[in-house]
Each structure stands twice: as structure tokens, then as C-alpha cells.
Design a protein around this ligand. Structure first.
Ligand SMILES: Cc1ncc(COP(=O)(O)O)c(C=O)c1O
Length: 499
């Protein structure tokens, strides 16, 4: 497919504006362009076809099964889009005075209340705009809490699991803590002996996903929580996997003091490709004074923003947070009502169904029931046929499926992390398992077909290292500064040429 600039024909236009008999705008000479901007020149039908063709190549949860582990790519009910587009929500200015925004404030307050209940905690701030920002905010609360107790200098380390998502260690470091990792035991739980050896009076807290990124619920979570609380430390719950436990178990009851919730995962938002997201945090009472300001509060029948929070860590996001995300998640939760628990039950059931179908074909590192996702290993295919997890993932694309997360968590070699979610029917789960089984057969009979996959997608296998290290995402005019440098004259820039 050609790029839009390659289709451009000088002088072609999608539309023209009438020239009015008005005086030219008063723009100072030094601010005036000397040359016209370089824009593609096409007629409207060509533009429509160009972008429609691009859209057709996009794979999303609306076009097929998307079992990307840890990302919870579930169906986004369309009614949420109707609700968020109601003029009263859509057209509301973020600086609207409180008296004219009572409905929006009430919605936020109600969402806070629901999230506090789901987490089993006391107070919620909706401000953080992503899980990772929730993590950083939560760790800033930990800092503020210990500083307030005069233990700011003493509490230096935060412990994470060796299965942790990459954002956890990054947030720990950004928040100014030292990172310590604890190992996973043979059943996929935190290794309690390793943990006991590492937790001491210098520990500020634990940061844990439960169920973990292995899709396993920690069997000793109460003991873990006791170890930290006995040492005066706090527990942070990375709620990215909350889809497994809603209405069944609550992080606050497990002993966690701070939680972030990925609204865009558990409570549905069209996400992927970077947003929009929401990463509210929920905290235990002792941490409430420190949550971001302004907080949304209720006074009798009125709702308002409370800035009078002397111990608050301050604002972490513009205005009051990503409001459209709140409306969609609120609509999603209210549509379920008390049935929210069923969402998690079906997510767990779907994952266990697939696990039981696939565990004979691929290796299962931890022989346990899983939660909402599970991790297999393609180690057997690698050993027997020289085919790896990446080859399996690429071949799945030929069968019309988005690949699962691969090579994560890091402790599982050749990992394939599969999360079906609750919104997929049995036929889809079966079709995916059939494809996984067929791929394992192909690995034995014709490994090359896997090594060269995908064969039937618009783009063949790309150089992943180059794509990551030298991503070129803009059209390269000759003089484009991004493209100057180590390229020999005349050398093609493959990444830009499309397939
Ligand atoms: C386990 C886990 N923690 C944290 C995050 C970070 O969330 P976000 O992508 O919203 O920043 C993710 C995201 O995939 C995750 O899977």
C-alpha cells in the first residue's frame, strides 16, 4: 500500500474555500510562513479510500479475538458510547463552576464509592490517567505517609515480585525508592522465605499483582500481608488483574493498603494503542489525608471539589481526571449492578476452559487452576522442533487471531500469556484452541511455515529489534531531521514503505 504522500498529485484538492473580500489577517511578518506547508494533495474520495484501507488493516477487539494477556481486551458495550456522548457530559467544560456541573460531580463521587467498595478500601482518587500513573501516585502516597510519621529517611525499599509488570519497577524507581525483587516459589506464589529475609525496618512496602501475571492467586496472601504490616510497611496492589476477582475477593480484605484500578481493563474502555485510560487509586483510611487534591466530596445533597487538603500530595492530572473514561466505566458497572461478580466468574471460567484444552499441547509451568488468564510455555516446541513462542504468535495471525502476550512474565521461558475475558463465546475459545493445536502440529510437520509466518497479513515478519530501536513513524522527506544520520545515501527506509 502506498503512503498518502506517495499518492499525492500536485494541485489536486479535496475542497476549496471561497475567497472573501476581507483584509488579510494581521500576522507579524516574522511569524509568517515563507513557504506553504507540505501536505498531501488528493481528492476527497482518494482520502476516504486511503484511510478506510488503513482502518481495514487494523486489528482490534471489534474485528477478532484479542487474548493479549494482562491487557483485558474485552468487548466495549456500545451503550457506553451513547451515554458518554450525551451533551451534558460531552460538552461540559472542565472549568464549569460546580453548581453547573452537579451531575458530573455526582457521577464521579458515585464511581469513587463503587470503586472503594469493590476494593474493600476507604477513599478513592480518580485523578491518575493510567495504571502506571496510579502506581506512581500510590507510591508517592507511601512516601508522604512515612514522611509524615518521621520515617521518610528510614523507609527506603519497595519490594516487587520477579513476575512484576515492567511498570512496577519503573514506578518504584521514579518515586525515589530502592527496588528489591522477591522470587516466585514452585507453585507460583511469592517465596515466603525469600520475602522474610528481605523485609525489615527499611522496607516501605510491597507492590504486588494478585492474581499475579502468571494468572495465579497467591495462596499465602494473608501471611504476606502480615509480614509487611508487622514490619510497619504498607502493601500496594497493582489492580491490573482486578477482572479476576470483582465481587469475589477484595484487595483491602487481603491486607492491601493502596490499590490502583485499570478502568480501561476491568471496567471497559476502547483502549489499546495508548489510551484513553483511567488508573484511579483506592486507599485505606490512614492514607486518605495524602490523596491527590482536589477530591470530589459530597456535602448533603451537593457535590464539590475539595482543595482544602493540607497533607495532599497535590494534583497528578489536569482538572479532575479523564472524565469520559469515568462515564463509560460508571455506565458499565451500573449495567451489571449486583451481577458484577459474574463478570469475573465467567472470565475465570473461560480461562480455565482454554487452559484445560491446551495444557497437553503446550507446557504448563505451574499445574494449578488459573484465574482470568494463564501462562503456557512453548519450550516443548522449541526443544523438539526449533520453533519458539514468537513463531507461534506470528502464525496465530494467519489464523485470524491477535497473538497472546509473549515472553512475559520473564520467569517463564517461551511464555504465552492468554487472557480470553468474559465476553468471548465458547465457539471463539474453541476456534483459538483449535488453531493453537494446529500450530503445534505444523511445528512438527513443517516448522518453516511457522518460522516465516505471518503469510496472510498485510505486513510480513518485521525486524523487531530495528522496529523497537529505530522506529520510524513519520514520512521521511529528504530533509526530515529524524532520518538524517547513519543512513547511507540512497539507502531505502523500509519501515516507511509499508508492505
Ligand atoms: C500487571 C500490570 N500492571 C500495570 C500495568 C500498567 O497499566 P497501564 O498500561 O494502564 O499504565 C499493566 C498494563 O498492561 C499491567 O498489565
Amino acid at each position: 500500500m502506498k503512503l498518502i504522500f506517495e499518492k499525492s498529485q500536485e494541485g489536486r484538492r479535496a475542497g476549496t474555500l471561497p475567497s472573501y473580500d476581507l483584509p488579510p489577517a494581521e500576522v507579524p511578518d516574522e511569524l509568517r510562513r515563507r513557504e506553504s506547508p507540505r501536505l498531501p494533495e488528493l481528492a476527497e474520495p482518494e482520502i476516504v479510500r486511503h484511510f478506510t484501507a488503513l482502518a481495514d488493516r487494523t486489528f482490534g477487539v471489534d474485528t477478532g479475538f484479542y487474548p493479549l494477556g494482562s491487557c483485558t481486551m474485552k468487548h466495549n458495550p456500545r451503550v457506553n458510547e451513547r451515554v458518554v456522548a450525551l451533551p451534558g457530559f460531552r460538552d461540559l467544560h472542565p472549568l464549569q463552576e460546580e453548581v453547573g456541573a452537579q451531575g458530573a460531580l455526582e457521577l464521579m463521587w458515585r464511581l469513587q464509592e463503587i470503586l472503594a467498595e469493590v476494593c474493600g478500601l476507604h477513599a478513592v482518587s480518580l485523578q491518575p490517567a493510567a495504571g502506571s500513573q496510579g502506581e506512581l501516585t500510590g507510591l508517592m502516597l507511601m512516601r508522604a505517609y512515612f514522611a509524615d510519621r518521621g520515617e521518610g529517611e528510614q523507609r527506603k525499599t519497595v519490594i516487587t515480585a520477579d513476575t512484576a509488570h515492567g511498570t512496577n519497577p519503573a514506578s518504584v524507581t521514579m518515586a525515589g525508592f530502592e527496588l528489591q525483587k522477591v522470587e516466585t516459589d514452585s507453585r507460583g506464589n511469592l517465596d515466603l522465605d525469600d520475602l522474610r529475609a528481605k523485609v525489615n525496618q527499611e522496607t516501605a512496602g510491597l507492590m504486588l499483582t494478585n492474581p499475579s501475571t502468571l494468572g495465579l492467586f497467591d495462596e499465602h496472601i494473608e501471611e504476606v500481608s502480615k509480614i509487611f504490616h508487622d514490619a510497619g510497611a504498607l502493601l500496594y496492589y497493582d489492580g491490573a488483574n482486578l477482572n479476576a476477582v470483582c465481587g469475589i475477593s477484595r484487595p483491602g480484605d487481603m491486607g492491601f493498603d493502596i490499590v490502583h484500578i485499570n478502568l480501561h481493563k476491568t471496567f471497559s474502555q476502547p483502549h489499546g494503542g495508548g489510551g484513553p485510560g483511567g488508573g484511579p487509586i483506592a486507599v485505606r483510611e490512614i492514607l486518605e489525608p495524602f490523596i491527590p487534591a482536589p477530591a470530589v466530596v459530597r456535602d448533603g445533597d451537593e457535590f464539590r471539589l475539595d482543595y482544602d487538603r493540607p497533607k495532599s500530595i497535590g494534583k497528578v492530572r489536569g482538572y479532575t481526571g479523564p472524565f469520559g473514561v469515568f462515564v463509560r466505566s460508571y455506565a458499565f458497572i451500573r449495567a451489571y449492578g449486583p451481577e458484577l461478580r459474574r463478570m469475573s466468574e465467567v472470565a475465570v471460567l473461560n480461562a480455565n476452559y482454554m487452559l484445560s484444552r491446551l495444557k497437553g499441547t503446550y507446557e504448563l509451568p505451574f499445574e494449578r487452576l488459573c484465574m482470568h488468564e494463564f501462562v503456557l510455555s512453548a519450550k516443548n516446541l522449541k526443544r523438539d522442533h526449533g520453533v519458539n513462542a514468537l513463531d507461534v504468535a506470528k502464525r496465530l495471525m494467519d489464523y485470524g487471531f491477535h497473538p497472546p502476550t509473549i515472553y512475559f512474565p520473564l520467569i517463564v521461558p517461551e511464555a504465552l500469556m492468554i487472557e480470553p475475558t468474559e465476553t468471548e463465546p465458547k465457539e471463539t475459545l474453541d476456534a483459538f484452541c483449535d488453531a493453537m493445536e494446529r500450530i503445534a502440529e505444523e511445528a512438527a510437520s513443517d516448522p518453516e511455515i511457522l518460522k516465516e509466518a505471518p503469510h496472510r497479513r498485510p505486513v510480513r515478519r518485521l525486524d523487531e529489534v530495528k522496529a523497537a530501536k529505530r522506529a520510524i513513524v513519520k514520512y521521511g522527506f529528504d530533509q526530515h531531521p529524524d532520518l538524517r544520520g547513519d543512513r547511507a545515501e540512497g539507502e531505502a527506509v523500509e519501515a516507511q514503505r509499508g508492505a
